[in-house]
Structures are given as C-alpha cells and as structure tokens.
Design a protein around this ligand. Structure first.
Ligand SMILES: Nc1ncnc2c1ncn2[C@@H]1O[C@H](COP(=O)(O)OP(=O)(O)OP(=O)(O)O)[C@@H](O)[C@H]1O
Length: 240
C-alpha cells in the first residue's frame, strides 16, 4: 500500500508539473476517482484505508507518509459521481464550443483498469447508447445533435450542418484507419484550410446521434479497442 501511495504521489506530482507549464485555461485537467469494485482485484482487501480522499470538487488529498499531500485540478469527480455529471463537467462545454466553430479534444489517460473505457463509453457489457451508465462519447453524440437540431429549427431551416466522423488508431507512432482495415498507415498533414488532418482517413457522414453510434459500434464489432494513443512499454492507453 505504501509503495502504491508513493507511485500515485509521483504520478500526481508529474501531472501537476505538466499543468504549471500550461498558459491560460484552454487545457483543463479533470480527475475521476473510481470505486473499488468487487471481483476486479482492486478492492482494499481488508485494508479499509484509502490512499486518497477527495476533499473538494477540485482537490485531492493523498494520504501519504509522513505528511499527506494536496493536489488541485480543474475538477475532481469522486467515487459516487454519476456518468451524467462527468459528462456535464467534462464534455458539455466542449460540445457547445464545437457547434460554435471551435476545435475540442477530450482525452482520457490512466493506468489499465482505471476506468477510461467506462468513462468514455460506458460499461463493457451493455448497449452504451441506451444504458443509463453510458459514457461521455454517446452523451456527446446526443448533445451535439440536440444542439444542431435546435440551431436548424431556430434558423427556420436556413442553417445546415455537415457532420463527418473518422476513427483512427495511433500505434507505434503509425496512424491506422479503423474504418478501413485494409489501408496502409496514413500520414498527418496540415494545411491552412483544414488545419491538421489525417490524409486519406475514411470520413463517414452522420446525421443523428444514432448514426454516429452505429459507426462506433461497427468499430467495436471489428474488435478494435478505439485506442488513439498507446504506450506499449507500460501498457497504458488513452481515449480521445
Ligand atoms: N466509475 C466507475 N464506476 C463503476 N465501475 C467502474 C468505474 N470505472 C471503472 N469501472 C469498472 O472497472 C473496470 C475497469 O474499467 P475500464 O475497463 O473502463 O478501465 P480502462 O482504464 O479502460 O482499462 P484498460 O486500459 O485496461 O482498457 C470495468 O469493469 C468498469 O466497468
């Protein structure tokens, strides 16, 4: 337990040092503390002392020895925080900005079993488009199309939106198209009109949250794990 607390402390320290170098608030860091679920090997095994405590909506106290340490983030979700509440604090503003013409990224990072897939997609054994526990991605699809439909209605159909989605995997510093498993690795390009883009990646047109979710389901059926960033050396992966 002590080693675990030390490792966690070092990891939190590194994250905080990274934060200090970020100017302004265009990058926000949210922490979610996952519950100790039965059967996952992540219970406290009789030792009821938890290695950290959420002391405020933006603060974690690490119960380290000899002194506890406090870390501050933009937002901290505790073990009881619902999927809906995580969506509201993490993704809602980004989806709204997106409809107003700004780029946005939501990136989940954490060690294996820490809850990235649960947070981003939902429980592994459910239909994550209808489940109450569905995660940030299906909720973002729904909210995006809710906002789009509202805009179109308010404009008396004079406004229209075009939505396309791509799914790519970055593995060993190569980019692969998950919507075209036959394609060779792709290249990242940049131009004035499009900004940064992946040349040749398949783009699927979608007109509703349900359609966007069907594309996501297609990827899952192919047994891909939607890994957009992968560090094979320590088997950590991230969702974006
Ligand atoms: N906040 C939570 N509430 C309830 N269960 C959770 C929560 N977070 C994670 N879990 C459960 O913990 C287990 C591991 O979570 P998950 O698969 O999301 O981790 P991961 O970070 O994606 O792991 P990996 O990197 O190995 O794929 C799953 O059974 C998931 O349902």
């Amino acid at each position: 337990m002590t080693t675990k607390v030390k490792e966690l402390g070092e990891s939190l320290m590194q994250q905080q040092q990274g934060l200090k170098s970020c100017e302004g608030d265009s990058i926000k860091v949210f922490v979610r503390v996952r519950p100790l679920t039965k059967g996952s090997g992540l219970t406290t095994d009789g030792d009821q002392g938890q290695c950290l405590t959420v002391t405020a909506t933006n603060t974690i106290r690490l119960n380290s020895k000899p002194e506890p340490r406090t870390f501050i983030y933009d937002h901290v979700a505790d073990m009881e925080t619902s999927q809906d509440s995580v969506f509201s604090s993490v993704a809602k503003n980004i989806v709204e900005s997106c409809v107003n013409g700004y780029n946005g990224t939501i990136f989940a990072y954490g060690q294996t079993g820490s809850g990235k897939t649960f947070t981003m997609l939902g429980p592994s054994d459910s239909d994550n488009f209808t489940d109450d526990q569905r995660g940030v991605i299906p909720r973002s699809f729904e909210y995006l199309f809710y906002l789009i439909n509202g805009e179109v209605e308010r404009s008396g159909n004079s406004k229209s939106f075009l939505c396309k989605c791509s799914f790519i995997e970055i593995y060993n510093e190569q980019i692969f198209d998950l919507l075209d498993s036959a394609s060779a690795s792709l290249f990242l390009r940049e131009n004035i009109k499009k900004g940064v883009f992946v040349e040749g990646a398949v783009e699927k047109f979608v007109t509703s949250a349900a359609e966007a979710y069907q594309v996501l389901k297609f990827i899952s059926m192919l047994n891909y794990t939607m890994i957009l960033y992968w560090q094979p050396s320590n088997s950590r992966k991230s969702w974006a």
